[in-house]
Each structure stands twice: as structure tokens, then as C-alpha cells.
Design a protein around this ligand. Structure first.
Ligand SMILES: C[S@@+](CC[C@H](N)C(=O)[O-])C[C@H]1O[C@@H](n2cnc3c(N)ncnc32)[C@H](O)[C@@H]1O
Length: 227
């Protein structure tokens, strides 16, 4: 697939997810755009050039950190499948208590680039983030207000179940389908499948997009009563 076609397909997916989420909350039916209809819309307006987006992928933790602190009330966060823990570290730096839940023990990186200030920031060997080195399970969610999962395995459906059962807010940036109890219909995108699953549980879903190339579409999922 050409880069341009890929970009257009991602834009179409995002457009259709947004329309479906809005149609569900207003009880109007949603008719997805066809690729031909999408070609007539300015779906790509405002996105950076693709080389810039490719470079931005390594800043995905910073981009998601910025999105969270700009859009949500401060609370206790679990970064599920958080890997080395850079997102949890950045949230801690902003005063948000954050814990990584991930079965693979991993150390924090020793540095990261602050792309806004264009400088390298060192993380000292004594600095840590709290970790629960276990696969995610619903009982681990209890102490947290917000559960975030970026490109994580085996926990997307479980997290939606937690949101439905407990009223907690979640953020998913889905990637591969690994160890999940649900599969998309043929031709259905995994993100659309997860969104449909959440909407069927009467949760409110707001799709959002971060400025990097790759799995950059997020779903903010919350109960109707949450802000
Ligand atoms: C592709 S990495 C993503 C890491 C990080 N969030 C990122 O964006 O780079 C997937 C992570 O999911 C973790 N993982 C695998 N199974 C899991 C499970 N059942 N519950 C929570 N995390 C899991 C892996 O150990 C790994 O760190």
C-alpha cells in the first residue's frame, strides 16, 4: 500500500469512528463513509507531513502524556502494558501518581528527549516508577482512577469490562490483537471492534488521534456519568 493510501485509510477510519461514537451518543444511526466519499472530504487537513509523523513515533509517550494532562482531571493512573514506564514517569513528573502494570520487568530508560524544548533529559539510576510485574487482571484496577493502555497486549477487552463494571475511565491505543477474547468481524478494524464492544456496554467513547505515524488512534472510554 502506498503511504498516501495508508494515510487516507487511517483518516477514513478515524472519521468513521468519530461519526459512529457521535451517532451512538445522540441515538442517530451511523452510515460509514465509503473511500470514494472520503476522497471528497478534507480528512487529511491539519496533519503534519508523513516524514515528520514517522519521526514522532518515538515521542508517543510524551504525546500521550500531554493529551492526558490536557484533557482529563488529575487522578491515579495505571499504565497497563507500560513497558519501560516512560509514560508513568512523565505523569509522575506532572504530579499524577502513576504505576506500571506489565508482566515483563523492565527498567526505566536512562534518558529521553523533550521534543518541545529540543533537549535531552536524564533519568537518574535512583529514579523509579511503581510497578506491578504481572499480567493485567480486573482486581489490579481497584486503586486507580484511570487505566491507560498504549500498544499493550492481552488487556484491551478486559479494560473495557473494567470501565463498564467499575465506572473507571480508560484510554486505549490498540495495536496488535494478542491474547484477546474477542476478534473483529472480517473486514472490521480492531479499533472499530473495540469501540463497538464498549458502546454495547453503554460506555461513552471519544476517539482521538496523536501526531505520530503508526497505531496513533486512541479511544477515551468512560461511563456516561464521568466528566
Ligand atoms: C508492544 S509493548 C508496548 C509497550 C509500551 N506501552 C509502548 O508503547 O512502547 C506491549 C507490552 O505489553 C506487555 N504485556 C503483555 N501481556 C500483557 C498482559 N497480559 N497485561 C499487561 N501487559 C502485557 C508486554 O510485556 C509489553 O511490555
Amino acid at each position: 500500500m502506498t503511504k498516501r493510501k495508508h494515510k487516507r485509510e487511517k483518516a477514513l477510519l478515524f472519521h468513521n469512528l468519530t461519526q459512529q461514537a457521535q451517532a451512538d451518543s445522540s441515538s442517530h444511526s451511523h452510515i460509514p463513509l465509503t473511500p470514494a466519499e472520503a476522497a471528497t472530504l478534507p480528512l487529511l487537513a491539519g496533519l503534519p507531513q508523513s516524514t515528520e509523523l514517522t519521526k514522532m513515533k518515538k515521542f508517543r509517550f510524551q504525546l500521550l502524556h500531554e493529551w492526558i494532562i490536557a484533557n482529563l482531571p488529575q487522578g491515579r493512573v495505571a499504565d497497563v502494558g507500560g513497558g519501560k514506564g516512560l509514560l508513568a514517569y512523565l505523569l509522575q513528573q506532572s504530579g499524577w501518581p502513576a504505576t506500571v502494570i506489565d508482566p515483563t520487568p523492565q527498567a526505566l530508560p536512562d534518558k529521553y528527549k523533550d521534543f518541545r524544548l529540543n533537549r535531552r533529559v536524564k533519568i537518574g539510576p535512583e529514579e523509579t516508577v511503581p510497578r506491578i510485574d504481572r499480567p493485567f487482571s480486573a482486581d489490579l484496577a481497584e486503586p486507580f482512577d484511570l487505566l491507560v493502555s498504549m500498544h499493550a497486549h492481552g488487556c484491551n477487552v478486559q479494560l473495557i469490562d473494567v470501565a463498564a463494571a467499575s465506572g473507571k475511565q480508560i484510554i486505549l491505543l490498540p495495536c496488535c490483537i494478542i491474547d484477546e477474547p474477542l476478534l473483529p468481524e472480517p473486514g472490521q478494524h480492531w479499533i472499530a471492534c473495540l469501540m463497538e464492544y464498549a458502546l454495547a456496554k453503554n460506555l461513552v467513547v471519544t476517539p482521538f488521534r496523536l501526531n505520530f505515524r503508526g497505531q496513533n488512534i486512541g479511544l477515551h472510554i468512560r461511563p456516561e456519568t464521568a466528566a
